[in-house]
Structure formats: C-alpha cells, structure tokens
Ligand binder design. Structure first.
Ligand SMILES: Cc1ncc(COP(=O)(O)O)c(C=O)c1O
Length: 381
C-alpha cells in the first residue's frame, strides 16, 4: 500500500489529475460528542501518564460493549488492554504470544500490514489462500489445517475481512476454531470492521464457544467504527495470561494512548449509536453505487461486499494481470485503485476499490474506472 501511495503522489506531482480510491480512511469527521469529550478532558487537566493497561473507565466501557454487542464477558481489570490502534494491538499480540521461529497462518487475500509485523518478530507468515466461490472469498477448515506445520502457533482472522469483504458466519467461524483447537493455535481476531456491515449477523470469534474464547485475542479499534483513524486508539480483549503478556510487551514501546484520547474513546463507546448508524447507512449507499456502476461493465464482476468499505472487483474477464490494469487506470484514466495481487496471489485478477470516502470524488472515480475498464475490456488481445 505504501508503494501504491508513493506512486500516486509521484503521478500527481507530475501534473496528472488522479482520483484515489485506494485508502481505508473514512471521510467523516469524528462525531462531535466524541471531540467534545476530548476537549472537556483536556480542560479538566487529564494530561498525565495513563494507566499502562488503559484507563480503567475505558476498559469498563470496552467490557460493557463486548457484552452488549456479542454477549461476551471480560474482566476490565484483567482481560482488557487499551492500545494505540489495532496496529499496536496486533504487534503486541505477536510479540507476547509468539516466538521467533514460530509461524502464523494468514488467510489470503491478506491485509498487507500483518506480514511485516509478523516478520519483524521473526514469525513466518504462512498464507492460506481463500477460495472464491460464487463471488465470495471463503476459508475452508481443511485448507487451513493442511497448512499447519510444526511450529505453527497462531491463526490470524479478520472478519469482516479486508480486502475480501467476507463476514464469516458463526458456523464458518466454528469450523476454523476447531482447527485452531486441534492444533493448539492462538487466534488473533481482527474485528476492526465489525460496525461496517450490511445485514446479517456479525459474530465475534470469541463468542463462538467458551473454547474459542480461551484461545482468541480480539483486536479492535476506534479507527473505522467512529471515524477516529488519527486518534490512534484501539482495544484488545482476551484471556488474562495473554493480556498480561501483551501489557508487558507494550510497556516497552508505548505506555498507552493519551488520557484525553482514552476519555474520548469512553464517550464513543457509551454514547448514542446514531452517528455509527448514520455512517453505516452512508457506506451502504456508496456500496450500492459502486456495485451498480462496476457490475454493468462487460468482463467485470462486482459482488457486494458483506462488510467493510472495499469492493473486491473481479476483472479476470478482462485480464488476470491486475497490476497492468491498475497501472493503466492510473496513467490513462487518472484513477488509483489497488491490485488484488498486492494482498497475495489469491486475489490476482481483482482490484480493490475503496468507498471509505464518498461524494463527488467517488462518483468521478467510478466514472473513470468504468471508462478505463470498458476501454481495456474492448482492446484487442
Ligand atoms: C484489517 C485492518 N486491521 C487493522 C487496521 C489498522 O487499524 P488501526 O487504525 O486501529 O491501527 C486496518 C486499517 O486499515 C485494517 O484494515
């Protein structure tokens, strides 16, 4: 993604007018009530070192939400950790639970930032290619089990799944949990898109069974749900021993987000859900617009994503060389999208189109995408 963003900036610097449909950054401002809570906290002088595990009130608010949203019970004192975004939650889980030389199963197409975070800790990622069945990426338990080697200690799950758009059902999760149980794997469950879904049940991996809860660390964040990407605030929940080890690791890097940021997080979790609902409705409108626009192009399939704000567009009817397609779209049509192969070979022949930002830019970006894909589809091969 950094490579794509650098190329986008270079192209723009060269004078080309480019619309970017690359990033997973909501274009909504952080809801006013959350900003007001940060302001109030600052004025009240909440500027000291935070409790390293996270402000106790925020941890209680996290536990309350997990109970309301998923029926999960976590002790705010022992089983919840506040982090600087899910990025640091993931890094802390890898540092605390895995050892150099271990390996971790990573479903593909895979959110690209997992891989360097694993490698930095000496953990080898093992790709588990998703299967594209009737317009939906799936993960078969047998496929996952077949990739396990001696030294494999974790399974990374991300539901709703970036960039695939799949939201795993309870029974799909149960199948994956059984594999983890049989091989005694930790499950690192990144649930950052849980609020961006379009109907259907959203199940937390830990809620599948008591056995699932015992081996799952939930990684979540305020970035997407509350349009708070720049606040760098996230939370984890898991068994006491895991959270304790993660805290020890985090104490050597971050000692927690600023207190006034955490107070804003407490306000977000306990506040009215109207802003979250309004954002979800707007994402649903954008999703419909993206699907309608792209589905109409010959050689292109754009099944609606079940969750998240990315469409994974199947352009294999035009060419399997998604890198060449995205380069041509950037240079000839002035629209930037990510090639599926950037998320692993399982998504070669796909393009990832973000609708995290909407408005005129999305409309014009989609028009350019449609023009470019139509041109590429009708070019002699
Ligand atoms: C699947 C996934 N996990 C984690 C993150 C990073 O989250 P945070 O902003 O909380 O660090 C992202 C951001 O795009 C993401 O898509």
């Amino acid at each position: 993604m950094n490579r794509l963003l650098a190329e986008l900036r270079e192209t723009q610097a060269a004078g080309v007018d480019v619309i970017s449909l690359l990033r997973g950054e909501p274009d909504f401002p952080t809801p006013a009530g959350i900003v007001a809570a940060a302001e109030q906290s600052l004025r009240a002088g909440r500027t000291q070192y935070p409790n390293n595990q996270g402000d106790p009130e925020l941890r209680r608010a996290v536990a309350e939400r997990l109970s309301v949203d998923h029926g999960l019970q976590y002790s705010p004192e022992r089983e919840v950790l506040i982090t600087d975004g899910a990025t640091l939650g993931f890094a802390a889980a890898v540092a605390a639970l895995l050892n150099p030389g271990d390996s971790a199963l990573v479903p593909e197409p895979c959110y690209d930032a997992y891989l360097p975070a694993l490698r930095l800790m000496g953990v080898e990622p093992i790709a588990v290619p998703g299967e594209y069945v009737e317009g939906r990426f799936q993960l078969s338990p047998a496929q996952v089990a077949g990739r396990i080697r001696p030294g494999t200690r974790a399974l990374v799950l991300n539901s709703p799944w970036n960039p695939a758009g799949t939201v795993f059902t309870r029974s799909e999760l149960a199948g994956l949990v059984s594999v983890a149980e049989a091989a005694n794997l930790w499950i690192l469950s990144d649930e950052i898109y849980e609020a961006v879904t379009y109907g259907g049940e959203v199940v937390s991996t830990a809620a599948v069974s008591p056995a699932a809860r015992e081996r799952t660390v939930i990684l979540n964040s305020f970035s997407k749900t509350y349009a708070m990407t720049g606040w760098r605030l996230g939370f984890c929940a898991g068994p006491e021993a895991a959270i304790r080890a993660m805290l020890l690791s985090l104490q050597q890097s971050s000692r927690g987000p600023a207190l006034f940021v955490q107070d804003a997080g407490t306000a977000a979790l306990r506040g009215p859900r109207t802003d979250v609902d309004a954002m979800r409705q707007e994402y649903a409108r954008r999703r419909a617009r993206v699907v309608e626009s792209l589905q109409a192009i010959p050689g292109v399939r754009c099944p609606p994503p079940e969750g998240g704000f990315f469409a994974l567009v199947d352009v294999r009817g035009i060419s399997t060389d998604d890198e060449a397609i995205r380069r041509s779209l950037l240079r000839e049509d002035g629209v930037a999208v990510a090639p599926g192969s950037a998320y692993g070979p399982a998504a070669a022949g796909f393009l990832r189109v973000s609708f995290a930002a909407g408005g005129d830019a999305l409309d014009r970006g989609l028009d350019r995408l449609a023009a470019g894909l139509t041109r590429l589809g009708s070019a002699p091969r």
